[in-house]
Design a protein around this ligand. Structure first.
Ligand code: NAD
Length: 316
């Protein structure tokens, strides 16, 4: 990648894709954005609409609808194409339908000569990211999913609300599957450098562990609640994708809980799941090995097992 070029190809101009595009437009993160959708007319309309906001925007992006040959010199391909979750449907129910969509998308991207980084949001995101890796043959550091980045943001927001602290001072992660088996390793949750569990033991501000467990459950069920209320979730994930994009383009070495291929960390292998990882211009620099408690390691292993079982059922 040339350092001054920041070209993004977005595949899938639905609610998630366009929330990402709109959030990109409002931050100086990339300088070229290509929109691709199976519905070409929609991609063209979206490009026109975004372009008309440029006079008021923070960025100087070139935006247009395009085709897969545009991936040849792209730095990042963001995949938001697919079918959205229906009320009551688990993310894993979406698996085969979205896996089929993926095949149509990844092949022409690779054929274009694309040498950049894949970032996926399509659900079930951990398995979809794994499929992209399989179909592309790219090294794992250049195939990333949004993972539990959004879930960790929801967690930090809710802990912040509970303790009346700016969420930027809260350091806590949701790890594992972006879905039903995700969980919060509370042993790793900090406010500034103070453990949240210690705050509970000291009952600071009446804090109780059962309240934290309720927060974990609220985070886990947030997507379903939003879908019940407004059919889909998109603003939060759009902003999470911009945050990941910025960490890559600005060579930040930032830590985000993206979906990454475990390679021995936490005793896990051959599975994509949300883990804290250091991101920079090369993609994933490394996965952090946190000192999880035995019961947290067991929960992570269970989450990985769920993902592996579904992945094994796939017809790629
Ligand atoms: P949407 O239906 O609004 O948009 C999907 C878009 O994909 C449509 O524009 C459709 O035309 C396009 N598309 C379908 N097949 C295609 C193909 N073969 N090639 C190119 N484009 C194609 O759905 P949405 O609400 O934007 O959700 C998109 C995906 O993001 C879903 O899988 C959803 O579950 C997921 N999602 C992920 C997270 C997360 O945290 N990772 C959060 C919310 C939603």
């Amino acid at each position: 990648m040339e350092r001054d070029q920041r070209k993004v190809v977005l595949v899938g101009t639905g609610m998630v894709g366009m929330s990402y595009a709109y959030a990109l437009l409002n931050q100086p993160v990339c300088n070229e954005l290509i929109l691709i959708d199976i519905d070409r007319k929609k991609a063209q309309g979206e490009a026109m609409d975004l372009n008309h906001g440029l006079p008021f925007a923070q960025s100087h992006m070139k935006i247009r609808a395009g085709d897969y040959d545009e991936c040849a010199d792209a730095d990042l391909v963001v995949i938001c194409a697919g079918v959205a979750q229906k009320p009551g449907e688990s993310r894993l129910d979406l698996l085969q339908r979205n896996a089929d969509v993926l095949r149509e998308i990844v092949q022409p991207i690779v054929a274009s000569g694309f040498q950049g980084i894949f970032l996926a949001a399509t659900n079930p995101v951990d398995i979809i990211t794994h499929i992209i890796r399989d179909l592309s043959g790219f090294p794992p550091e250049r195939v990333i999913g949004s993972g539990t980045t959004l879930d960790s943001a929801r967690l930090r927001y809710m802990i912040g609300e509970y303790f009346h602290i700016d969420p930027r001072g809260v350091h806590a992660y949701v790890v594992g599957e972006h879905g039903d088996s995700e969980f919060v390793p509370w042993s790793q949750a900090l406010i500034a450098t103070k453990s949240v569990l210690e705050l509970c033991e000291e009952a600071v501000g009446g804090c109780q562990f059962c309240d934290l467990q309720a927060i974990g459950e609220q985070v886990r069920t947030s997507a379903q609640k939003i879908i019940e209320a407004k059919k889909a979730t998109y603003y939060g994930i759009g902003m999470a994708l911009v945050r990941i994009t910025k960490a890559i383009f600005d060579d930040e070495n930032s830590i985000l809980t993206v979906s990454v291929l475990a390679d021995g960390q936490y005793g896990l292998r051959d599975v994509y799941l949300g883990l804290p990882a250091i991101l920079n211009r090369g993609g994933v620099r490394s996965i952090l090995n946190l000192n999880l408690l035995d019961e947290e390691l067991e929960q992570l292993a269970q989450s990985a097992k769920t993902l592996k079982e579904f992945y094994a059922q796939l017809k790629i």
